[in-house]
Design a protein around this ligand. Structure first.
Ligand code: BDP
Length: 709
């Protein structure tokens, strides 16, 4: 099997005694309308039982008598159950999209607050069965938030911005593809992890999506997702009225512009009555926006908010707005300040169906960033967190980097707003400031590749994203173990091995790319891949390291630096203001120090760099051996694909290690105490773009540590 089924593989399992006594012999669904989520739930259950336990089970569509069938699994909403089967007094209160799963007693009941919830519960039950788990459970679960979206960065020409898994499953040649079979498979995967909306096109949006024939085709995409409880949304290009609509203006307060957008919105909702809403990137990285007309970002957001309001739609307005022409000679200038600078004064000015979508860190999906201070600055505005399943700066799916621990670091961070507990998790799920809306969105770059993301192991990130969107306190390792069992096998050794590799992967990547908060140090101008520390400075796109011969790090303090630390509430600001209290993994994010500055470990910053890069690369090289110990336990296709990726990573981690270490060694002139750095006269350092070439020489890493030569 290839990777298309992801974690819904339903791999065959032997049916033990317990299994025989617990497997249902009938499925009763309480809605017989085909293409309803409850109907889909029934079919999915039938498929799962057949594939996992070779059990051929009939589906019955809700008749009164069947509710009493002792060995049935009953699937429906609480309301449908009451209507067909009678009282449901045991079912606790459920929130929207929530469900109750009861496997105790004579029959299994999966009852959702709505049809979507029922489908989620069905996947939950199937996930138990696929892990050989027949325990008696009775519990309900509810989502932490109603916005659990993914954002595709797919272009109309079929390419995917930051896509590493082949071309788009949605678009080709400026049109929507005819064959949507892959979209159905994607819908299954998304529904199984309780994602409820997908924005199908790139935030750098192309207005031709609004052409009448494309709107019709968007309807086809929505029709495919609907039975799985997934709504669609679209990204808009702010200048569309002018570039596409024939007006000579796109001012958000101009009446002809307002009318134009409302007209387009009406046309879309006629074809897609349940469209989730719009996603807007404006005034960012060269994209048009309201600033052209001296209008505020809130003017822009509210323009769309009013257009979708009658349909119950929402507007996700991205806070990723910054000036990419900032000049580093100004000591106060700092890209990290941008989101708060642009949005804080607009707090309270957004309509109630606007949600400001905030990247988790102040810069851009780096391996370690402090949580964006904007989360603590919009007390009267709905917010959502933006994550990236796409490993844009994190090895582009050619490196194993399991991201749930990174996301948890951010979600758990306590902003101490008004000196009260204020985790990012409670803020974005709308609890902390009592908002109506909140949640999360993740950029996902699935493509037509049979691995979906370009790497089988990267799928753990998509799986974990869905789980965290539902419950942001889910444990990264637990989620991972479920994913491994569902994706590969229940074998203990396999489970432990992939768990260990994945849990070690982000620390390894951080160690060999950029540590102590200096950031990922990829090439920043073009590829966002491979080491290029020099590219981080002297342009507005970079994180800026301000590294010179004796010192390194961004001074972001209020006292001497860019004032960024002052954007946090007082307790957090005070922590970051001093290099004594700043966590060391963010030291160089907030402070400019000598290379000889001593860390708590007693090591100097520069020696820590050297050691960490060696350690990270060594860990990554160990992944390959660990993986190879699993040969025979995984089908050849997936085993070999992953093996090649890990072999490549093993070599590329050495390229990272040596490029970064040599760069700072040359700059600082400070010797490595262990005498490694600078002592490889035969080694060629690479900058970017080395990727394609490196595929060819990935094999040499084993021979005496000489990869990269
Ligand atoms: C950057 C990406 C760029 C995106 C942008 C965004 O490099 O491709 O368009 O973020 O999020 O990280 O809008």
């Amino acid at each position: 099997k290839n990777g298309l089924d992801g974690w819904l593989r339903y791999a065959p399992l032997p049916c033990s005694h317990q299994c025989h006594s617990k497997l249902p012999s009938n499925i009763v669904t309480l809605n017989q309308t085909t293409r309803s989520p409850v109907y889909v739930a029934g079919s999915e259950l039938q498929k799962g039982l057949k594939e996992i336990y070779a059990s051929h089970v009939q589906i019955h569509h809700g008749q009164h008598g069947q509710c009493k069938d002792f060995s049935a699994v009953i699937v429906g909403t609480v309301a449908q159950y009451r209507k067909t089967c009678g009282p449901a007094d045991e079912v606790p209160h459920l929130d929207e999209d929530g469900f109750w799963l009861n496997t105790k007693g004579s029959h299994v009941r999966i009852l959702g607050q709505n049809e979507k919830g029922t489908l989620y519960g069905t996947y939950e039950y199937l996930s138990m069965l696929a892990q050989g788990n027949f325990s008696d459970v009775a519990y309900s679960t509810n989502p932490s938030a109603l916005i659990r979206w993914v954002n595709q960065w797919d272009n109309m020409d079929g390419s995917i911005e930051r896509g590493y898994g082949g071309p788009s499953i949605f678009f080709r040649g400026e049109k929507i593809v005819d064959d949507l079979a892959r979209v159905i498979q994607y819908a299954r995967l998304l529904a199984s992890v309780r994602i409820n909306a997908v924005v199908v096109n790139n935030v750098n949006a192309n207005a031709t999506l609004l052409a009448p024939e494309n709107i019709q085709c968007l309807g086809r995409i929505a029709d495919v997702f609907r039975p799985y409880g997934v709504q669609i949304g679209i990204s808009l290009n702010f200048a569309s009225p002018k570039t596409f609509g024939g007006l000579n203006i796109f001012d958000p307060l101009d009446t002809t512009v307002i009318k134009w957008w409302s007209n387009i919105t009406n046309q879309i909702y006629q074809r897609v009555p349940d469209m989730a809403g719009y996603l807007i990137k404006a005034d960012s990285e060269g994209q048009p926006g309201p600033q052209t007309y001296n209008r505020t970002l809130a003017d822009a957001a509210n323009l769309f908010a009013k257009a979708v309001k009658p349909y119950g739609g929402i507007v996700m307005y991205r806070s990723f707005v910054y000036d990419h022409n900032l000049n580093q000679s100004n000591w106060k200038a700092d890209r990290a300040n941008a989101a708060v600078d642009f949005f804080k004064h607009l707090d309270g000015k957004f309509n109630d169906n606007v949600v400001v979508q905030i990247k988790y860190g102040p810069i851009d999906f780096q391996v370690r960033e402090p949580a964006s201070p904007l989360f603590a600055n919009l007390l009267n505005t709905s917010m959502a967190i933006e994550l990236q399943v796409t490993q844009e700066y994190l090895g582009q799916q050619s490196h194993l980097v399991y991201l749930a621990p990174l996301w948890r670091d951010i979600l758990d961070f306590d902003m101490r707003v008004d000196h009260k507990p204020s985790s990012v998790r409670d803020i974005v799920t709308a609890k902390r400031f009592n908002r109506k809306l909140g949640g999360s969105a993740a950029v996902v770059n699935v493509g037509t590749n049979t691995t979906w993301l370009g790497s089988h192991l990267a799928m753990s990130n998509l799986y974990a994203y869905g789980r965290l969107a539902w419950n942001p306190t889910d444990d990264p390792e637990d989620m991972l173990r479920d994913w491994i069992r569902l994706t590969f096998d229940l074998d203990r050794n396999l489970l432990d091995t992939i768990t260990r590799m994945s849990m070690d992967s982000r620390p390894a990547y951080e160690n060999y790319s950029g540590n102590l908060g200096i950031q990922t140090l990829t090439d920043i101008l073009y590829t966002h891949y491979g080491p290029n520390p020099a590219s981080q400075d002297n342009n507005g796109w970079g994180q800026w390291t301000r590294a010179d011969r004796t010192t390194i790090g961004m001074d972001r303090t209020v006292k001497n630096g860019t004032d960024f630390s002052g954007q946090y509430p007082p307790e957090v600001a005070a922590m970051y203001e001093s290099n004594e209290t700043t966590p060391e993994n963010l030291l160089l994010w907030f402070h400019h120090v000598d290379y000889t500055h001593r860390l708590h470990s007693g090591k100097t910053v520069i020696q820590h760099f050297y050691d960490a890069h060696y350690q990270g690369a060594e860990t990554a090289q160990g992944f390959l051996d660990q993986w190879e110990s699993l040969q025979g336990k995984i089908d050849h296709e997936r085993y070999e694909h992953i093996r090649q990726r890990l072999e490549y990573q093993a070599g590329h981690s050495i390229v990272w290690r040596d490029t970064i270490n040599n760069f700072y060694h040359n700059l600082s002139g400070i010797a490595d105490k262990a005498k490694r750095v600078g002592n490889h006269p035969w080694r060629i350092d690479t900058g970017w773009p080395f990727r394609d070439c490196f595929w060819l020489c990935g094999y040499c890493h084993r021979s005496n540590d000489t990869a990269g030569t």
